[in-house]
Write a protein that binds this ligand. Structure first.
Ligand SMILES: Cc1cc2nc3c(=O)[nH]c(=O)nc-3n(C[C@H](O)[C@H](O)[C@H](O)COP(=O)(O)OP(=O)(O)OC[C@H]3O[C@@H](n4cnc5c(N)ncnc54)[C@H](O)[C@@H]3O)c2cc1C
Length: 447
């Protein structure tokens, strides 16, 4: 081969490579830290496909990869040492008013989806504390709001479309695929890249939100269930001092008598007459409207407004799910560590979640209390404290939130998920070579 032929050959090869790269989605520059800046990703290679076909090409073009949504997880669950496929180019959606479903690109943020649904006269059953997170990333980790009668966000899923390790499109539907569907919805990103999600929707509704101050924990001993069942969604906030929740947030649906004037007293707590942020010192302007003002469902279900930074902005989060039947004892167990916890804490939130049948949902066949910690960004102190909290919660078989920081490892987590071995088997069918397995999956899930 002479020099001219060689150059021609290499030009042709690089043109093919460029075309391949293009079809696999452009490589994009995405921040290399999670949203909070408290976890650093180990790869600089991020592909951003804009169609399902491009996702297929992207998956074929890499030997190891993880999906990346809006980067709101706090641990290494989305991390990779090779490549990430950002889903933020997948934001199409289609409403089926007859089936009462919406099929949405997995990279769409809940806040954007909510506005589009509302415009068409529809709503979702629940949202998380913030609207900024992607649909695909949220359901992959069992993200939840509150309400003993409300399942987590993944319980609204009716269908999944994903690209598995073979680079092909697979679908699973709730009405067709039984166990396989229940196993894959809270999939931790390990079945492949979810491209579209079909969600149940309902007619749009309005809500109100009220806040009470200073609920004595003594009230929880006999009234925990009634308190968490007040309204549509209830959250308690505490810093663990003074044996009390400093705020109780109650979200009520107007179509369920939710605009009636609230009583001034709630189990001894006092109705707030000013808007509040759950974290002391943060600006209440960032939070959704309170004071019983009627508004749209998506402007009340989350605590934080889409146009502001939610929570504090730089933090670490941890959360453990315990059976609701043991909720009060679990709260007392954590409270016994209050003097170690409080100095490092922005706030704790207590929420309830209905039981479901999704294999790796933190509420799998357990009505749950979720005990959440928003920590100051103090890694050393937090990682020393977590094993102590985990030891206190051990009698309650805690399930850690998949997207938040904990020190439990696969061997400990295995025992609290009855369907874990079936999950591992099914994952292998879609990913026999472990293309979607990262260190997090090895250490915290697969063992
Ligand atoms: C301020 C704040 C408030 C929060 N509030 C709540 C709350 O109220 N309730 C709650 O439960 N959680 C809450 N979280 C946690 C958050 O919901 C989860 O971290 C969620 O996974 C974030 O979605 P994401 O798109 O940012 O996912 P990422 O962090 O980008 O990814 C999370 C996981 O999902 C996988 N993934 C993402 N997209 C896909 C896809 N398309 N296909 C397959 N796998 C995918 C990733 O590989 C990774 O494993 C909060 C987080 C923050 C920062």
């Amino acid at each position: 081969m002479n020099k001219r032929q060689f150059l021609k050959g290499s030009l042709a090869l690089s043109a093919v490579a460029a075309l391949h790269r293009q079809r696999a989605g452009a490589e994009v520059t995405v921040p290399r830290d999670n949203w909070a800046g408290t976890f650093h990703y180990h790869t600089d290679r991020v592909l951003q496909p804009r169609s399902v076909d491009e996702v297929c090409q992207a998956v074929k073009s890499v030997s190891s990869v993880r999906a990346l949504g809006t980067r709101h997880s706090f641990n290494g669950i989305a991390d990779s040492t090779s490549a990430q496929i950002s889903t933020l180019g997948l934001t199409d959606f289609q409403i089926d008013p007859v089936a009462k479903t919406v099929t949405v690109g997995s990279g769409m943020k809940y806040g954007d989806l909510a506005k589009a649904l509302d415009k068409a006269g529809f709503a979702l059953a629940n949202m998380a504390s913030l609207p900024h997170i992607s649909v695909g990333g949220s359901i992959a980790t069992g993200t939840h709001g509150s309400g003993l009668r409300n399942g987590n966000l993944a319980t609204s899923v009716r269908g999944l479309e994903f690209v598995a390790a073979d680079g092909k499109v697979h679908t699973l539907r709730s009405d067709r695929d039984g166990d396989a569907f229940q196993g894959a919805v809270v999939g931790l990103g390990s079945f492949g890249i979810v491209t579209h999600v079909t969600l149940a929707i309902e007619p749009t509704y309005n809500m109100t939100q009220i806040v009470y101050r200073d609920l004595d924990f003594a009230q929880l001993e006999h009234n925990f269930e009634a308190i968490m069942n007040t309204g549509y969604s209830t959250s308690l906030f505490t810093n663990w001092q003074h044996h009390q929740a400093w705020q109780v947030w109650i979200k009520r649906r107007v179509d369920q008598d939710g605009s009636a004037p609230p009583p001034a007293n709630f189990y001894g707590a006092t109705l707030a007459t000013q808007k509040l942020h759950p974290v002391l010192g943060q600006d209440p302007a960032k939070t959704t409207e309170q004071l019983n003002m009627v508004g749209k469902w998506y402007e009340r279900l989350p605590h934080f407004k889409m146009e502001f930074t939610p929570s504090t902005g730089r933090e670490i989060q941890t959360e453990y799910f315990v059976p609701f039947e043991s909720a009060y004892q679990a709260v007392l167990a954590v409270e016994s560590l209050r003097d170690q916890i409080t100095p490092h804490l922005f706030v704790t939130e207590l929420r309830s979640i209905a039981a479901d049948d999704l294999w790796l949902s933190m509420a799998y066949q357990r009505r749950s209390l979720a005990i959440h910690f928003t920590w100051k960004p103090e890694w050393d102190a937090v990682t020393l404290l977590l094993p102590q909290i985990e030891a206190k919660l051990k009698p309650f078989s805690p399930r850690p939130h998949w997207a938040k920081v904990n020190t439990l490892r696969a061997a400990q987590i295995d025992g609290v998920y009855p369907k874990m071995s079936e999950f591992k088997q099914m994952r292998k069918q879609y990913d026999p070579q472990g293309k979607f397995v990262n260190s997090y999956m090895r250490e915290e899930v697969l063992g």
